[in-house]
Write a protein that binds this ligand. Structure first.
Ligand code: PGA
Length: 257
């Protein structure tokens, strides 16, 4: 079965000292949680310090983005190899805020996924529709388009082990940071669609193995009902991951029944 995976996406929050305080708390409270993989995605500046602090724990570290070239004249970018060097095991790629504010496209998502996997990083790839797209009944079309971008960077012939290193996050843009969560039924409908897409375009094995996180205003009081849906395998948590108590409660709620 798929082990639930909950990741805290800290976005543009926390100094190094604040990051260390939070992960020390998480390590103390979640160190013995075996049924859920827990990760944090601090800002680039805190990655190395956080990874060091978590070295002897089961918590994993992710970046919030990465570039697709390994080195060169690309001012401001950070490569997958540098992220590995800093202690990262995962990279979030294609978050809607990157798409909305920083010109991320399905093409750049594919390139980043390919480079991250090649460097040995796991990938948490985000897909999801805006409110206008949902209201215009194009949710499935948009999600399909995003999946096409993600998997343009994946060599499906690489087999089962790869399914462990690719995680999808369904994040309806209208639910991110708005306090307006998708209902469990709304989320499950899209998660099932994603799994069917994987079965058709990647493989039956990948469809069964790939974890699909839900993201968008996940809080301690709605996490358990979302996680109970058959195709929801964890969460990508923004706002509620900035406080230890809330994030710990969400991670515990993700334990399989
Ligand atoms: P939120 O963010 O939990 O604050 O809605 C989720 C995300 O953007 O990953």
């Amino acid at each position: 079965m798929r082990t639930p995976f909950v990741v805290g996406n800290w976005k543009l929050h926390k100094t190094i000292a604040e990051s260390l305080a939070l992960v020390t708390e998480l390590k103390n409270q979640l160190g013995s949680l075996r049924e859920v993989v827990v990760g944090v995605a601090p800002p680039f500046t805190a990655l190395h310090a956080v990874a060091k602090r978590l070295e002897d724990s089961s918590l994993v570290v992710s970046s919030q983005d990465c570039y697709w070239e390994e080195k060169g004249a690309f001012t401001g970018e950070v490569s997958p190899g540098m992220l590995r060097d800093a202690g990262c095991a995962w990279a979030i790629i294609g978050h809607s805020e990157r798409r909305q504010f920083f010109g991320e496209t399905d093409e750049t998502v594919g390139k980043k996924v390919k480079a991250a996997l090649a460097a040995g990083l796991g990938v948490i790839a985000c897909v999801g529709e805006t409110l206008a797209q949902r209201d215009g009944n194009t949710t499935f079309q948009i999600v399909e388009q995003h999946l096409g971008g993600v998997f343009s960077g994946v060599d499906a012939t690489q087999g089962a082990a790869l399914s462990e290193r690719i995680v999808l996050a369904y994040e309806p843009v209208w639910a991110i940071g708005t306090g307006r969560t998708a209902t469990p039924a709304q989320a499950q409908e899209v998660h099932a669609f994603i799994r069917a897409w994987l079965a058709k375009h990647v493989s039956a094995a990948a469809a069964a193995a790939i974890r699909i996180q839900y993201g968008g205003s996940v809080k301690p009081d709605n996490a358990a009902t979302l996680m109970r849906e058959p195709d929801i395998d964890g969460a990508l948590v923004g706002g509620a991951s900035l406080q230890a108590a809330d994030f710990v409660a969400i991670c515990r709620a993700a334990r399989p029944a």
